[in-house]
Write a protein that binds this ligand. Structure first.
Ligand code: SF4
Length: 266
């Protein structure tokens, strides 16, 4: 018997704006709640539980209708089925932090994965939750949180545990692009923390692709978690040096900014 329900912020069809799959059309299921409070957070409204979930009825039309939270498995499956009227690349679980509601994901994912590959966007700090649902995830996009960017504590130990679980899963399936790591970099990023971050990823698997993502200098109005001084983008020459540092330890290090902001997409 299915008992779990979830707090979902929104479900819509859109364009992936980050990482190696930038530009791909996906169905996004944005879940509420997050265990972190990054100062560059671009989705502050999804960090807390919302009374309603907005669901797009026609893919790309933004003709949202509201349904009451918490939602159940059939409601999410139906919303995704209605949006999947043409071929989407995959279904993106995003947030907030989707793994905060791993029990619900454990129930809904088998029904969603028969329609589309599952792409998990995660802050990489909840390895036990990943362990519970990893068999129903196809692609993992893990943020490695640099304290200079988040304004928060160091989560490197959890990140390493998370990547080890992700790597075991990848080995079993032999998928080349099943796990990659994104790092938001700012003018405050230090060489020392970047070396630690690159080394951490290389220790797990030096073939893991790392995306350096220069922070977007966008201030979100009303974001209580933002610091009074929003993070500034790094100098372009500095970015070149940091990429070189990464390439001494890792096979693939690319620089890709947040494209959905440039394109005016959700
Ligand atoms: S982990 Fe993501 S959703 Fe959570 S505060 Fe950081 S940027 Fe925002």
């Amino acid at each position: 018997m299915r008992t779990n329900k979830a707090y979902v912020h929104e479900i819509f069809s859109g364009i992936q704006g980050e990482g190696p799959l930038v530009g791909a059309r996906q169905i996004f299921v944005r879940l509420c709640e997050c265990n972190l409070a990054c100062r560059f957070c671009d989705t502050p409204a999804s960090r807390n539980r919302a009374a309603t979930c907005r669901v797009e009825r026609t893919p790309g039309k933004r003709d949202f209708e509201e349904i009451r939270n918490p939602v159940d498995v059939p409601q999410v499956v139906e919303a995704v089925a209605k949006l999947n009227r043409f071929l989407h690349h995959s279904l993106s679980l995003t947030g907030g932090e989707p793994l905060m509601q791993a029990d619900f994901l454990g129930e809904v994912l088998p029904f969603l994965r028969v329609r589309l590959p599952i792409y998990l966007e995660t802050n990489g700090t909840l390895p036990e939750a990943l362990e519970r649902i990893k068999d129903n995830i196809d692609i993992i996009a893990m943020d490695l949180k640099l304290p200079s960017a988040t304004g928060d504590a160091d989560h490197f130990s959890a990140h390493k545990e998370f990547l080890l679980i992700a790597a075991q899963r990848k080995k079993g399936r032999g998928e080349a692009d099943a796990v990659f790591v994104k790092m938001v970099i700012t003018a405050d990023t230090s060489e020392e923390e970047l070396v630690r971050a690159f080394s951490l990823v290389a220790e797990v698997d030096p073939n893991t692709e790392v995306i350096l993502q220069p922070v977007s200098e966008v201030i979100t109005p009303g974001d209580s978690a933002s610091s009074s001084r929003p993070p500034r983008a790094p100098d372009p020459l500095q970015v070149l040096q940091w990429q070189q540092m990464g390439l001494k330890r890792l096979a693939y290090v690319r620089v890709i900014p947040q494209m959905h902001r440039l394109m005016g997409q959700l």
